[in-house]
Design a binder for this molecule. Structure first.
Ligand code: NAD
Ligand code: UGA
Length: 456
């Protein structure tokens, strides 16, 4: 399919998504543009700005053939027939809706830029996650373009999860496309559907009206996060009663109506989207006069906050109510395995709590850059940075430590030599498995004071 495509935003979604389109549709020309010159330079280099298994190979296979990265946003807009908008939509930190509503300024800037520089008819695709009815605002901005060009706005939310982005993009559960319910809208939907149909079976391509598509994305994330908060709420009860949350999750997951996925109890969900998207949903409900519905969803985020807090408290309580001056090893800093992303990672909250209690942290993560860790903890001066040590291996981190906290479920943590680790630690040595990836029985056998989530 011959199509000239531009994507504004070269982030965790824009980069991998466009790389997959270029890979699957060699006749399409795909250009990813961004105002962040450093990011664009990284996409052109050997060290991509996003770590995802399989991504490097796909990018290297298409780059400078039919996949291009550029800071020239205007040229990208002008050359393209289809423009994806995949910029960040963080929680607003100022003004009306602060702390809940999505900050749409980057999306609006894109729409204004497209309206200003476009040289013909374009399809504009919302790839970013947006509040329901954002397409109406984008349409208004676009239609007031000075040259009278026609635009079609589509909603095509992305459902990939980090760490499995390539397999999710290659074999998605579904592709969702929302458009206007008129002739122009239907034609635009068909153009985008045909692009995906180059590798996604037609029955997996769902088409809806614009508002259903926009709202489905927020709803999907809210439902997924709700499952985690539900099992995490039960983990608190398990710790109090002697039930084991993994056994409860297994037992309930066997019910085909419930299903086994997304029932892994943890130190709390992280990532750039779950919290932001639920808060956005909460804001929308409040805005549309539905306070009870808003409260219902807000509780999912509250439960997640509680889960993180409970974990830090358990560490402090177990270590004789003080961690002041104690070395604590942190295994994993990314918000989940197989990504270098730390946005809203539970590790940030746990480490902050422990630093507040004056602990000395020794952190190991296989992919996260030290600079990102320092920044996330607000450690700017040399003196502040000396409160944490970023270690080259988990073995180094554990040396002389009083406890280990596993905060990311990296596979490497499952196969470490824990006897060797224990022999290098202070005594008594505790291990807090915030991801339930190890056997507490085995750890106790070799002499650890072992704790998991939802386990007595
Ligand atoms: P990101 O922060 O990694 O990337 C966004 C990029 O957009 C940045 O590089 C930024 O420089 C660029 N940008 C911002 N304004 C711009 C402008 N005016 N012109 C050009 N470039 C601009 O964000 P992300 O994680 O890729 O998320 C993007 C969107 O996709 C969000 O709405 C998010 O909710 C949604 N989403 C994310 C994921 C995920 O796994 N990260 C999954 C599904 C959906
Ligand atoms: C999530 C959704 O899964 C994607 O479908 C969606 O596109 C994306 O958000 C988004 O909109 O950004 P992501 O956040 O990348 O993807 O990763 P998840 O696998 O959903 O994990 C999110 C968090 O929940 C992680 O911290 C993970 O460790 C935690 N989690 C996940 C649990 O604690 N228990 C589980 O059973 C599953």
């Amino acid at each position: 399919m011959k199509l000239n495509i531009c994507c504004i935003g070269a982030g965790y979604v824009g980069g991998p998504t466009m790389a997959m389109i270029a890979h699957k549709v060699p006749s399409a020309k795909v250009t990813v543009v961004d105002i962040n010159a450093e990011r664009i330079a990284a996409w052109k280099s050997d060290k991509l700005p996003v770590f995802e298994p399989g991504l490097q190979e796909i990018v290297e296979g298409c780059r400078d053939k039919n996949l291009f990265f550029s800071t020239d946003v205007d040229a990208g807009i002008q050359e393209a027939e289809v423009i994806f908008v995949s910029v960040n939509t963080p929680t607003k930190t100022y003004g009306m809706g602060a702390g809940k509503a999505a900050d749409l300024r980057y999306v609006e800037l894109c729409a204004r830029r497209i309206a200003e520089v476009a040289n013909g008819t374009k399809i504009v695709v919302e790839k970013s996650t947006l509040p329901v009815r954002t397409a109406a605002s984008i349409q208004r901005i676009l239609h007031q373009n000075p040259k009278g060009h026609q635009f079609q706005v589509l909603s095509n939310p992305e459902f990939l999860a980090e760490g499995t982005a390539i397999q999710d993009l290659e074999n998605p559960d579904r592709v969702l496309i929302g458009g206007n319910e008129d002739e122009g809208g239907r034609a635009a939907v068909e153009t985008l559907a045909s692009l995906y149909a180059e590798w996604v079976p037609r029955e997996k391509i769902i088409t809806t009206n614009l508002w259903s598509s926009e709202l489905s994305k927020l709803t999907a994330n809210a439902f997924l996060a709700q499952r985690i908060s539900s099992i995490n709420s039960i983990s608190a009860l398990c710790e109090a009663t002697g039930a084991n949350v993994d056994e409860v999750a297994h037992a309930i997951g066997k019910d085909s109506r419930i299903g086994p996925k997304f029932l892994k109890s943890s130190v709390g969900f992280g990532g750039s989207c779950f919290q932001k998207d639920i808060l956005n949903l909460v804001y929308l409900c409040q805005h549309f006069g539905l306070p009870e519905v808003a409260e219902y969803w807000e509780q999912v985020v509250r439960m997640n906050d509680l889960q993180k807090r409970r974990f830090s408290e358990r560490i402090v309580k177990t270590l004789f109510n003080t961690v002041s001056g104690k070395r604590l090893a942190i295994f994993g800093y990314a918000f989940k395995k197989d990504t270098n992303d730390i946005r809203e990672s539970a590790a940030i909250y746990i480490c902050r709590d422990l630093l507040e209690e004056k602990a000395q942290l020794a952190i190991y993560d296989p992919q996260v850059e030290p600079a990102a860790i320092y920044e996330s903890l607000g450690l700017t001066s040399e003196e502040e940075r000396s409160r944490i040590e970023i270690c080259p291996s988990p073995y180094d981190a554990a040396k002389k430590a009083h406890a280990i906290a596993i905060l990311t479920e990296w596979d490497i943590f499952k196969t470490l030599d824990y006897e060797k680790i224990l022999s290098s630690m202070a005594r008594p040595a505790a291990l807090f498995d915030g991801r339930n990836i190890l056997s507490l029985t085995e750890l106790r056998k070799i002499g650890f004071e072992a704790h998991g989530i939802g386990k007595a």
